[in-house]
Write a protein that binds this ligand. Structure first.
Ligand code: HEM
Length: 391
């Protein structure tokens, strides 16, 4: 074979190969189109599949045979709260296999999946009725103040003082009260701010405000919890029921008649606030708050845990705020001399006699020392102390 023949042969082979490759390239897409997804429309595949009497009971596998791509059975199960499979460890992600929670009916909600049931309780009950209750009580207190005014002392002050709260009692009280105020303000803005602050300051500022207050709330919570326990231990003894409490309650303390009913160191109204507000609601608020902060060790934090904790926290905090509005009113505007007793620790003998006569009698009889905390230069057994001794 000469050189010309070899070149001709090579060119012929190259042409033949080129033609073959071109033909392949042209037929490939056509074949892919034939073998690919034929149709996503399940109705065009089996328009009469749902006439089968067992259609509604089909598993996803059975449905795939008559209507490929129709996954309704599996989504129906997902919507009903059935657990699927997840390879994530249950200890770290206990609900990873569950997209939509099972059905429940909380008080005030319809029978629906737990997330929606929680939303209904919160948005249809706790927020509107809780907010209304806060406003109604605020208004009632304002009206009471407007009609009755401050309870002033009737007699003249003697200048002789009795120690009503020791420095430790005051420190515990004010730490707790400061945390309470921080929690109340931040909590109210988080729950109701979108109704009365967001429309005024706009989304961006309100976003920042909520973020800051959420952190204030999360840090003030544990401070409130610890100081609440100290307050409970500090004040429990003098809040134990005693003679005269029932009479005090039946006569409403004489608040409306102006004739105060004699009481020991704390009257029955204060005792109700202590047992129901401080101890009862306080512990519920703290326990549910610690769950929401994920600070309770060993608890499995599922969505339902947080939803229930949130509802309990919401109801208990509203009731606690309402109770403490009354307490704060009586401790500031409502009664002359009450606030300075908690700020400085001392009350005048006239104040003690008019508001807590049985306690005053015990002090005068020497059963309770007039000065309980260490005070240099003053005798702890004296049954009243002069103002100079406090300096
Ligand atoms: C700004 C908020 C508060 C103010 C202005 C305030 C004011 C007062 C005042 C003036 C007293 C003395 C009453 C008396 O001499 O009989 C008092 C007592 C007391 N406060 Fe508060 N308080 C506040 C918040 C709180 C909070 C949040 C708690 C607990 C959760 C609390 C628990 C107590 C207790 C246990 C007593 C002793 C009387 C009793 O046991 O009922 N206070 N408070």
């Amino acid at each position: 074979m000469n050189r010309t023949s070899v070149v001709t042969l090579i060119l012929a082979l190259a042409c033949a190969m080129g033609t073959a490759v071109g033909a392949m390239a042209q037929t490939a897409p056509a074949k892919a189109a034939d073998a690919g997804v034929q149709s996503a429309n399940i109705f065009s595949l089996a328009p009469d599949a749902n006439t089968d009497p067992k259609y509604a009971d089909q598993t996803n596998g059975e449905r795939a045979k008559v209507q490929p791509g129709n996954n309704a059975p599996i989504w129906r199960q997902v919507g009903a709260g059935v657990n699927g499979y997840s390879s994530l460890p249950a200890s770290e992600a206990p609900e990873a296999g569950n997209l939509i929670q099972p059905f429940v009916q909380y008080p005030g909600s319809k029978l629906t999946n737990a997330g929606e049931a929680w939303r209904q309780v919160r948005n249809n009950w706790i927020i509107p009725y809780g907010g209304s209750l806060l406003l109604i009580v605020m208004l009632a207190i304002a009206l009471f103040y407007y009609t009755k005014g401050t309870m002033n002392l009737h007699g003249a002050e003697t200048g002789r003082k009795i120690e009503r709260f020791t420095p430790l009692e005051r420190a515990a009280h004010w730490t707790n009260a400061s945390a309470f105020v921080a929690l109340t303000l931040s909590g109210v803005v988080m729950a109701y701010g979108k109704f009365f602050i967001q429309p005024v300051i706009g989304n961006t500022l309100f976003g920042w405000l909520s973020f800051v207050l959420k952190n204030v709330h999360n840090f003030a919570g544990p401070l409130f919890a610890v100081s609440l326990l100290i307050v409970i231990v500090t004040f429990v003894r003098d809040n134990l029921p005693s003679s005269g409490d029932l009479t005090w309650l039946l006569k409403g303390g004489g608040l409306l008649s102006g004739q105060e009913v004699p009481s020991h160191r704390f009257n029955a109204g204060e005792k109700v606030v202590f047992w129901l507000g401080v101890l009862g609601l306080g512990l519920i608020v703290v326990a549910s708050g610690l769950v929401l902060d994920k600070l309770v060790p060993g608890l499995i934090y599922e969505r339902s845990t947080m939803q229930i904790a949130n509802m309990v926290h919401g109801v208990a905090t509203v009731l606690m705020m309402v109770m403490f509005m009354g307490h704060i009113y009586m401790g500031t505007l409502g009664m002359q001399g009450a606030y300075s007793a908690m700020r400085e620790g001392y009350v005048d003998e006239t104040w003690a006699k008019e508001h807590h006569e049985l306690w005053y009698n015990d002090v005068k009889a020497g059963k309770i020392p007039a000065q309980r905390s260490e005070l240099p230069g003053a005798s702890a057994s004296a049954n009243s102390i002069s103002p100079s001794a406090q300096a």
